[in-house]
Design a binder for this molecule. Sequence first.
Ligand code: NAP
Length: 250
Amino acid sequence: MGQEFNGKTLLVTGGGSGIGEAVVLKMAAEGASILVVDLNEEAASSVSTAASSLGGRAIAFRADVANPEDMKRAVETASSEFGGLHLAFNNAGIGGPLSLLADTDVNDYTRVMEVNLHAAFYAMRYEIPAIIAAGGGSIVNTSSVLGLVGDPLAAPYVAAKHGLTGLTKAAALGYADQGVRVNSIHPGYIDTPLLEKLPEKSYSNIVAKHPIGRLGTAAEIAEMALFLFSDKASFITGSQFTIDGGYTAR
Ligand code: NAP
């Protein structure tokens, strides 16, 4: 087990699956104490158990990130259980149905915005004061390549992820002089359970969007998050990090 994050507390949303799970396991192996936040309590518990066996301390916490009260309790729990909060990975997200904008249901639009964008606002509203109180730290928000470029069949998701790119910059500027760094990561399509919710035809088309010739893995995204949490990234804030196999290069 490594020691890079020994003594650091991390809150991960969507920690029960995919990219969030990969970050929890890598951070646990580096000694972090982690609150694993997820709507799916069973998944969060199983990831927490795996994280604890790697040497870190982990607690599962059921929350809907779109509920500000849930996020308030999550931040309070991370701070009280582990003695402060230093790091946050605001990562839970949903894709929503694929359709052209005028065919998109208003309720689907609203839920995608709530979970992918408003949730990060609620989370950071509580995380930032806690991180300042603990002496500073780093926040990483999971946006997407679709937070940088468009897609005609995913208007709510594109809007939410672009919004998250801007929210990240605003937060970074607001707290750069108080020891809180805030950055966004922008994965291409990653082989996680999220993609199982896509129609088969879409799934078979998406590999072709990546010049590298395959989908990414959750572990490849987690590596970038760990770098941004670390002191190696001490001069980096308000920036966007694309990990997309070349998706946005053309
Ligand atoms: P995932 O495997 O589906 O994991 C997301 C986790 O978040 C799931 O455990 C999910 O629970 C949970 N969750 C969903 N809504 C929630 C809510 N309201 N409150 C709390 N937890 C909630 O997805 P992933 O692929 O790792 O995606 C993680 C992030 O990366 C998302 O923000 C996604 O938009 C972004 N991203 C993914 C890809 C990709 O291709 N996979 C590409 C670019 C960006 P349930 O399973 O119960 O829904």
